[in-house]
Ligand binder design. Structure first.
Ligand code: SF4
Length: 364
């Protein structure tokens, strides 16, 4: 018999807009408490692991907010050797990871496409198909997405950054098209990927109404996973000049409220407590879990490379996804949750979608 999906609280755009605007601390606490309750009902106490490997910081694009944008001459560019990537995947598998995220700037050369295809296939083979492979490699041709999927990629994370075409134009050069990004999200879903997306929260010119639209957009396109984070300016980017004086505490609060709203709107999706939260507060990741997130993504990139993958200022460089796992266990347990090993960590939303629907894409 088909189980009932988790109950969703209908939140109007106006209600979300209000929650994401200035509200008193008591209402913030109520919002977090409701999100936590929804998480407990759907995800239980399980917190899933995805290890990140930052394959390369080379990028063909020039997003105004990004520290590794093509035009930043201060970045020492690197590409990890294939054997280094495989070694990181093996080490994480031995430690109990069953999901690995390969991330890099956007590169579309045949060599870059071949390399990801080879890496995906090798990691799948070496782990007897027991490792979920998540790719976050930007906008690509449909044929490229198809090849990577055929090689074994399971999930693709492509952040929309903002659902507002107006705001998107202010964050990118003219040849970076919002429509193109939407088309990529559709293609990924049609190819059978689990699809993740998300946005930057607290961008210059972004209103609570824009964020409400973002949350509703993610629900509308029926994402399986959300990876979003507070906007943290990088001094060597054009957008930093417009960033204004927003305190880390305010940036963190906006990020946490967005997590809570998304959890209430989409009870069964996976939501990551991203690294940027930990940049704003040493306990940021745990606060993200307390606001409704259920995935953590420790860094598995070798330290020498990690230093050069500087998307924003203050990104934590010390954390090690292998050596720091015990302490992560303890910190998560202290919040009443349990870090789970040896599980893929597919979202309940995805499992339900695959089992009970024909997997057709909902177009916004
Ligand atoms: S945000 Fe992504 S696509 Fe844009 S410049 Fe940075 S790495 Fe490249």
């Amino acid at each position: 018999m088909k189980p009932d999906p988790a109950p969703e609280r209908p939140l109007s755009r106006e209600a979300i807009r209000e929650l994401l605007g200035p509200i008193p601390p008591e209402r913030v606490e109520l919002l977090f408490a409701e999100a936590r309750q929804v998480k407990r009902q759907t995800c239980g106490r399980k917190i899933f692991l995805r290890g990140i490997v930052e394959l390369s910081n080379c990028c063909e694009k020039d997003c105004f907010y990004c520290g590794i944008r093509r035009s930043n001459p201060d970045v020492a560019r690197y590409r990890m050797e294939e054997e280094e990537v495989i070694a990181a995947a093996r080490a994480s598998f031995r430690r109990g990871y069953r999901s690995i995220l390969l991330q890099s700037g956007e590169e579309k050369t045949p060599q870059a496409v071949d390399r990801v295809e080879r890496l995906t296939g090798r990691i799948k083979t070496e782990t007897d198909g027991r490792m979920r492979i998540v790719l976050s490699l930007g906008e690509q041709e449909p044929e490229t997405y198809r090849r990577w999927r055929a090689a074994g990629a399971d999930l693709y994370l492509l952040r929309i950054e903002t659902s507002s075409p107006r705001l998107y134009r202010s964050l990118h050069p003219r040849n970076h098209l919002h429509q193109r990004r939407l088309e990529c999200l559709h293609t990924l879903r049609e190819l059978g990927y689990q699809v993740g997306s998300g946005m930057l929260i607290g961008l210059p010119g972004q209103t609570p109404g824009d964020l409400a639209d973002d949350a509703l957009f993610l629900k509308e396109i029926d994402v399986d996973m959300i990876g979003m984070g507070p906007y943290i300016p990088h001094p060597r980017t054009p957008l930093a000049r417009q960033a204004g004086k927003v305190s880390p505490a305010e940036r963190l609060l906006r990020g946490l409220k967005m997590i809570a709203v998304c959890r209430i709107l989409m009870p069964e999706v996976n939501i990551a407590a991203t690294t940027a939260l930990g940049t704003l507060d040493p306990a940021g990741r745990e606060l993200g879990l307390a606001a409704g997130a259920n995935v953590v993504m420790p860094n598995l990139t070798p330290p020498d490379y990690r230093r050069e993958y500087n998307l924003y200022q203050g990104k934590p460089l010390e954390e090690d996804g292998i050596l720091g796992l015990e302490s992560l266990h303890r910190r998560i347990a202290a919040g009443g949750d349990e870090l789970v090993l040896d599980e893929w960590g597919d979202s309940l939303h995805f499992r339900r979608r695959i089992r009970y629907s024909n997997g057709k894409l909902k177009r916004p």
